[in-house]
Design a protein around this ligand. Structure first.
Ligand SMILES: Nc1nc2c(ncn2[C@@H]2O[C@H](COP(=O)(O)OP(=O)(O)O)[C@@H](O)[C@H]2O)c(=O)[nH]1
Ligand SMILES: [Mg+2]
Length: 295
């Protein structure tokens, strides 16, 4: 598909055609962009507010996203979701689970959900993630929820794509907030202690609050308890998120040099990946290369 075809898809997507939007995202993911398209993607008139939702597997992120969609739709906001699928085969079941849980929203014209591959087995956002997120900016979405798996030292990429980050933790994970403090404090704007129906939630929330107080972070961090499976606390989370959305400043922070550098890096990596992909196929096909593996 050519850049002109991509441009045509975007025109239809902007007119509200979700099928064209889905194809456009696939095109962004698999093919290239053009200078003109980049120019358009990089200069949205009214960008969608991006909330990154991250945390360990099983913490309840998808359940939270499902309810957030509902609360946002109740306010007539157009919602996009980018769910990052780790490439590990062990998580395929969980991905299917996510699809089912999200699925009640599939027929709603105000919600668009898309899974996204990761960069590799270590996780981390694929190089197309920034571009795909930007596609939501120019297609009249109000909010983009970005679900990514894993809190750890390697999985902090979401910080650079999202405008605000919500970190979901659960009492039983046994993760000491202390151990993860440095990375978490840096990325979290909102801490959600989910599974508040289980023992230990109050303690964990207190521990986080203490850590937030101790931190030298200039930003304010909220701590919220939720029971996502019963839709408890999620209206509050939604309200908190909309307060962040309505506050000034986040759109300008997209031009923060650190974020722009990450985005530029991602674009360059993508160009490199696309350019080397064809070459790689040739190399792998050579008989000497095959011999190395069949010895
Ligand atoms: N007890 C309890 N279970 C929950 C809660 N929220 C989610 N779950 C369950 O935890 C499991 C994992 O949830 P999921 O949303 O897929 O987590 P994710 O991997 O972080 O996206 C599912 O079986 C949910 O039903 C909660 O607040 N309390
Ligand atoms: Mg999930």
């Amino acid at each position: 598909m050519s850049a002109e075809d991509g441009q045509k898809l975007l025109v239809d997507a902007k007119a509200g055609d979700f099928q064209a939007f889905a194809k456009f995202l696939t095109w962004l993911e698999r093919a290239g962009t053009s200078e003109a398209l980049l120019e358009e993607l990089l200069n949205p008139v009214k960008p969608a507010f991006r909330l990154g939702i991250t945390g360990p597997p099983g913490a309840g992120k998808s359940t939270i996203v499902g309810h957030l969609i509902k609360h946002l739709r109740a306010q007539n906001l157009r919602v996009g979701v980018l769910a990052v699928d780790p490439s590990s085969p062990f998580t395929k079941g969980a991905i299917l689970g996510d699809r089912i849980r999200y699925s009640e929203h599939f027929l709603d014209g105000g919600v668009f959900i898309r899974s996204l591959g990761t960069r590799g087995s270590l996780g981390g956002l694929s190089s197309a993630a920034f571009l795909m997120a930007r596609a939501f900016d120019v297609c009249a979405f109000d909010v983009l929820l970005i679900e990514t798996v894993g809190v750890g030292q390697t999985e902090l990429d979401v910080l650079h794509v999202a405008d605000k980050v919500c970190v979901v933790l659960v009492p039983e994970s046994g993760d000491s907030i202390q151990a993860m403090k440095a990375g978490l404090m840096e990325i979290a704007d909102i801490f959600v202690v989910n599974k508040a129906d289980r023992p230990g939630a109050d303690g964990l929330a207190r521990e986080i609050e203490a850590a937030v107080h101790d931190g030298e972070a200039a930003k304010s961090v909220s701590v919220l308890k939720t029971t996502a499976s019963e839709d408890k606390g999620l209206r509050e989370l939604c309200t908190l998120m909309l307060e962040e959305k309505n506050a000034a400043g986040w759109a300008a922070l997209r031009n923060d040099p650190k974020r722009l550098r990450e985005e530029a890096k991602s674009l360059l990596r993508r160009e490199w990946e696309l350019a080397t992909e064809g070459r790689l196929k040739q190399v792998v096909d050579t008989s000497s290369f095959k011999k190395m593996f069949t010895k």
